[in-house]
Write a protein that binds this ligand. Structure first.
Ligand code: TXA
Ligand code: MG
Length: 335
């Protein structure tokens, strides 16, 4: 299959949006930009279209997909009753990088929900995503548009690396602004529960409505993890080690170099000025830049340049929490 490249121009009757919407309506799958990462979209009401997503990504069938919609009125046709706090969350954060897990009313294909009674609903704010949803007039099921296990794509070039020849088209809308995926929040109980940290931080949500944090997630974040666990994702081509203690980073790098290894360092701009390595991958200057550049950096790491990369641990403030979570999943070990 030849993968068409369509360029979003953000204008009325945008031809790229029309073409992408026609593909979605005819049961094809299309990669499209969102404010978080690029998604790989299919008509959520068409089981055979949704099936194509799982095949193109090599995604395990028991992992449910997020359903993207244009506005809240479309949500009401897909879900059952939900707690009143959902309206408050929507008012505060949508359109934007947050996904609400709600009771499904059965409209969305079982292939999307992986047989669960719930469905993840997100209203993206990126104009290309929003226009596509409006013109296609379909709820669009979309995971991140990477091969399963690889870092999520934050530009159209990343999508092409993974999906060329596997999908009908890529809608190019430039680089994603947030850089990490949406916050997934379970809204089926008396309090919302964060299932995955993302573009909207727990602290921001907590200001609107009191949340509960899943105990297992707290444990996961503080415990060094072993390789090959079911949490492993976003894997770069070379070994990545997360370093808790920045003070010893230079010494750690030099020890590896003395063993003949070419060593990379993924560090903040500030640390980059103080440290020497064979290659520096830069996080940028603050949490927002760090999130924006994370996946591009993970994709850049390869054996031609380095044998091993040490990543500086960052504070889990605001969107930094999501970044740290992704780093821990990407890392071979934490030292
Ligand atoms: O920002 C994002 O969320 C991006 C863009 C494309 O919207 N999408 C994304 O999708 O990251 P994906 O498939 O890579 O991750 C979706 C996450 C998975 O961890 C999945 O298990 C969870 O959301 N999820 C989806 N539906 C769910 C449900 N009904 N209950 C619990 N978790 C759900
Ligand atoms: Mg993903």
């Amino acid at each position: 299959m030849q993968t068409k490249q369509l360029y979003f121009q953000n204008k009325i009757n945008d031809p790229a949006i029309k073409k992408a919407a026609a593909f979605i309506r005819s049961g094809e799958i299309v990669a499209f930009p969102t404010e978080t990462v690029y998604g790989l979209g299919a008509d959520a009401t068409n089981a055979s279209a949704v099936e194509k997503i799982f095949r193109a990504k090599g995604r395990p069938g028991d992992n449910p997909l997020i359903v993207h919609i244009a506005d809240q009125s479309q949500m009401n046709s897909l879900v059952g009753d939900y707690p009143v706090y959902v309206d408050e969350l929507i008012k505060a954060f949508s359109p934007g990088p947050i996904t609400y897990v709600l009771n499904s009313n059965g409209t969305v294909s079982e292939r999307v929900t992986a047989g669960l009674d719930t469905v993840g609903i997100r209203i993206p704010s990126h104009p290309a995503a929003n226009n596509l949803l409006t013109i296609a007039k379909r709820p669009i099921a979309a995971p991140s548009a990477n091969l399963s296990g690889k870092p999520s794509p934050t530009n159209a070039g990343h999508v092409r690396q993974d999906m060329n020849g596997r999908i009908a088209a890529i809608l190019d809308g430039g680089a994603a602004n947030v850089g990490v995926e949406s916050t997934v929040i379970d809204c089926t109980g008396a309090y919302p529960v964060i299932l995955r940290h993302g573009g909207i931080s727990a602290a921001e949500i907590d200001e609107v409505i009191q949340i509960q944090t899943k105990q297992t997630e707290v444990e996961e974040l503080s415990k060094p993890k072993s390789p090959g666990t079911k949490y492993k994702h976003y894997v770069p081509d070379v070994s990545l080690i997360l370093v808790n203690d920045t003070i010893n980073l230079q010494e750690i790098i030099q020890t590896e170099q003395a063993n003949g290894k070419r060593v990379g360092a993924l560090v903040t701009d500030q640390t980059a000025q103080e440290i020497k390595a064979d290659k520096i991958y830069s996080y940028g200057k603050d949490e927002r830049e760090l999130a924006r550049h994370l996946y591009a950096n993970l994709r850049l790491m390869n054996r031609k340049d380095v044998d091993i990369v040490f990543a500086e641990k960052i504070t889990a403030d605001t969107v930094g929490h999501a970044v740290l979570d992704r780093l821990q999943r990407a890392a071979d070990s934490i030292i």
